[in-house]
Design a protein around this ligand. Structure first.
Ligand code: MG
Length: 469
């Protein structure tokens, strides 16, 4: 079991993920990325470190978000990477999708992004991506953690200076613009209100949307590590100002991103909040209209995406929750799109990152292509209602509950998926019971064709889970 790595990197408050631990983790990550290949195979980490250290000219990119601790941790990351022989390129302050896009662009061997995504301001995290642009999973993270006890530094003459590359946002913006029909979006020229949440979207979204021909009103578009505007997590409650502004200005669309910009939620022309699940369903609809292929999503995602894929005669593959798993499955299935229920969508033609800005551009293209209002396009998305809750459970109880629910599903001969918790599929509803990876909770999500049915289904399984606790 990993001590530090979660489903997507190492996350903690500043007193936990402090500069010392950060530097040690960066050393271990550097060694992990630095082991090179022999005859096309990655050198196993069990090899003597002397055969690996400093032997390969490994380039690791480093980016950070706008958090107050970002700069402090950045220098710890530099130091750790340099001390094990990596060449470091500083990308400066960038969104996560921008940093991830640069891995291929600069032919780097890996990337560390210092960002705690949507977490509160006192948090920070190291998000690690390998040379193929794939985020490091918990399982790969365990291999990195083993290196923590074995760290050796290279000799003094193998330590190189940090180089800078501060055009990443420009490059990423250009790649997004090249992947959409800009002539069409400029012709449609929708009015868009964006809420950058004082975070990384401020760097890229206003300019990108203007380039797409939108008339843009920006809210909270000054970077501030306290997130004074609306917090770093875009929820219906935190986006009151955006919703009001869309209505007041008769805008076509509202957009908001999470702290590091990999996820997006929308407000439609009627001022309705469009959850991540629906953003993904819209993305699937748009992607499959232009290109046929399979769809990849997590076990916590609405069935709407699968229903759309089925309509197009395409298959949907479910994965564990977490970007690394989505990415791996997407490559394996050669899928056209992958995404998760909180609004992170991967469009593989540009990069393997969940990219909230590319998704924003695709949504503008969808509007332009259809000539319809967003509220009208949304009628093409199968309607489902969700209920979500969590119940307290320690590690032992978590395991017991999930195992018992699995037995229950088997005994009743239900159709289930047990790759991450247990998702039980009924005809037009489903429920998932899943242990949280980081907190002492078991989460219960239910989805059905009415809110009432979803609530009843959730309550039934909460009750069941509690009897197993
Ligand atoms: Mg994020």
């Amino acid at each position: 079991m990993s001590k530090y790595f979660g489903t997507n990197g190492v996350r903690g408050k500043f007193e936990e993920l402090n500069p010392l631990l950060t530097m040690k983790l960066a050393q271990a990550i550097g060694i992990y990325l630095n082991r090179g290949t022999v005859a096309g195979q990655l050198v196993p980490l069990t090899s003597s470190l002397d055969t690996v250290l400093g032997r390969f000219a490994t380039t690791v990119l480093v980016g950070r978000d706008g958090r107050l601790t970002g700069d402090c941790l950045k220098y710890a990351v530099f130091s750790g990477l340099q001390s094990v022989g990596c060449k470091v390129i500083d990308l400066g302050m960038v969104s996560s999708p921008t940093a991830e896009f640069m891995v291929k662009k600069l032919s780097a061997d890996g990337l560390i992004v210092i960002t705690a995504s949507h977490n509160p301001p006192e948090w920070n995290a190291l998000k690690v991506v390998d040379g193929n642009g794939i985020a490091i999973s918990r399982e790969e993270g365990e291999k990195i953690e083993i290196m923590l006890d074995k760290i050796k530094t290279v000799s003094w003459d193998k330590v190189s200076s940090v180089e800078s590359y501060f055009s990443a946002t420009v490059d990423h913006t250009a790649a997004i613009l090249a992947s959409v029909d800009v002539a069409k979006t400029r012709k449609r020229a929708p009015k868009v209100i964006i809420d950058c949440g004082n975070a990384m979207a401020s760097l890229i979204a206003p300019k990108l949307l203007q380039e797409l021909g939108c008339s843009v009103i920006s809210l909270n578009s000054t970077i501030d590590g306290h997130f004074p505007g609306r917090g770093s997590e875009p929820t219906k409650d935190s986006l009151v100002q955006l919703i009001d502004s869309v209505k007041l200005n008769n805008a076509d669309l509202g957009m908001a991103w999470d702290g590091d910009g990999d996820r997006i939620v929308l407000i439609d022309d009627k001022g309705e909040f469009i959850v991540g699940d629906k953003v993904f369903a819209l993305s699937v609809l748009f992607a499959l209209k232009t290109k046929k292929g399979s769809v990849v999503t997590t076990v916590a995602t609405s069935k709407a995406a699968e229903d759309i894929a089925t309509k197009f005669g395409m298959k949907t593959y479910y994965t564990k929750i977490g970007a690394p798993y989505l990415c791996q499955e997407l490559l394996e299935r050669n899928a056209v799109i992958a995404g998760e229920e909180v609004g992170g969508v991967i469009w593989p033609e540009v990069s393997l990152a969940k990219d909230g800005f590319l998704t924003a551009a695709k949504m503008i293209e969808l509007l332009a292509e259809s000539g319809k209002k967003l509220s009208v396009i949304l009628k093409e998305i199968p309607q489902y209602f969700n209920e979500k809750t969590k119940i307290a459970a320690n590690d032992e109880q978590k395991m017991k509950i999930v195992r018992s629910i699995l037995d229950y599903a088997k005994k009743n001969k239900f159709n289930f998926i047990d790759i991450d918790g247990v998702r039980i599929n009924f005809d037009d509803s489903w429920v998932i019971v899943r242990a949280s990876g980081t907190e002492n909770y078991v989460r219960v999500f239910a989805e059905a064709k009415t809110q009432d049915k979803a609530k009843k289904l959730m309550e039934e399984y909460v009750k069941l889970a509690e009897t197993f606790r």
